[in-house]
Ligand binder design. Structure first.
Ligand code: IPD
Ligand code: CA
Ligand code: CA
Length: 275
């Protein structure tokens, strides 16, 4: 027999409450940090792990049979399941450790591979972005919509760079192509917030390669606010776009196609120079 559907409101309230609880915890811990480096380069603190544990415990207390994919405690958990939570306990850990305010807790609930509920909470700016599939997106409970920018030369575009420096030459080629055409670039340090900022009109577009937990919640918030989501290159068959962070683009509708084309051309020209 099929289980009855869990109401979106219960999932939404759970995500919101846990994001706030984890947000309070990381705000308290920020001045006594134990800083370590994963793989020698990727900064992580005890607060990342503590926040992951708070959210994990809260989800399992309500939904013991749900699966969790989370950056610190369960980064390799399979994602092909009915009920999946995708969590970044601190997105913007480098900002967090350097006392910059662009930091978020990101929590998404997926049903059969599709995001249904999303919360991205910035405890340092008291801003909570959220969305429910089909019902809209909000910033602190006020509905949000993306900008209506039409021209690339007026666009403010965000991106980011990985901890691993191997792909820097290719990323610089992309950056040069985009910066030549757009108004300006921002590197704000939290992918989840970059995408939410496209959702609420503070930015016009964003592109980067990230992990599922970096964008799972924010992509739903952005799409619910009218943003177009996709990838620079076509994905192979069978890959779930909502869980594939390779070369993602989120842009206001008029700029999605032009930005995608610009980035594809930058990659073609980079590949031809390498030959
Ligand atoms: C990072 C941030 C950053 C992005 C990196 C991510 P973390 O997440 O989202 O903006 O450029 O690719 O790894 O490590 O702070 O959770
Ligand atoms: Ca992250
Ligand atoms: Ca993180």
């Amino acid at each position: 027999m099929d289980q009855p559907q869990i109401s979106s409101q219960i999932l939404y309230d759970t995500a919101l409450q846990l994001a706030q609880k984890a947000g309070n915890a990381i705000a308290r811990q920020r001045h006594q940090l134990d800083i370590q480096f994963k793989q020698g380069t990727e900064l992580v603190t005890q607060a990342d792990v503590a926040a992951d544990q708070i959210i994990r415990d809260g989800i399992l207390a309500h939904f013991p049979d749900h699966q969790i994919l989370s950056e610190e405690l369960a980064p390799d958990n399979p994602t092909d399941c009915e009920h999946l939570w995708v969590i970044d306990p601190i997105d913007g850990t480098v900002n967090y450790a350097h006392l910059h305010p662009q930091v978020a807790i990101s929590i998404a609930y997926y049903h059969q591979g599709e995001a249904q509920v999303a919360v991205v909470h910035n405890p340092f700016l008291n801003e909570t972005f959220s969305a429910i599939n089909g019902l809209g997106a909000w910033l602190n409970q006020q509905p949000i919509q993306c900008a209506t920018t039409q021209e690339m030369r007026r666009a403010l575009i965000a991106t980011g760079f990985p901890y691993d420096k191997h792909d820097i030459p290719q990323l610089i080629q992309r950056l040069q192509a985009v910066l030549t055409q757009c108004a300006d670039i921002r590197r704000l340090g939290s992918a989840a917030l970059d995408i939410c900022w496209v959702a609420c009109g503070r930015l016009d577009a964003y592109y980067e390669t990230v992990k599922p937990w970096d964008f799972a919640a924010a992509q739903l918030i952005a799409r619910e606010a009218g943003v177009q989501f996709g990838h620079i290159h076509a994905l192979p068959e069978g890959i779930n776009p909502q869980l594939c962070g390779e070369n993602i683009i989120l842009a206001v509708p008029a700029l999605f196609g032009p930005l995608q084309q610009l980035l594809q051309q930058a990659d073609i020209s980079f590949a031809s120079k390498k030959r």
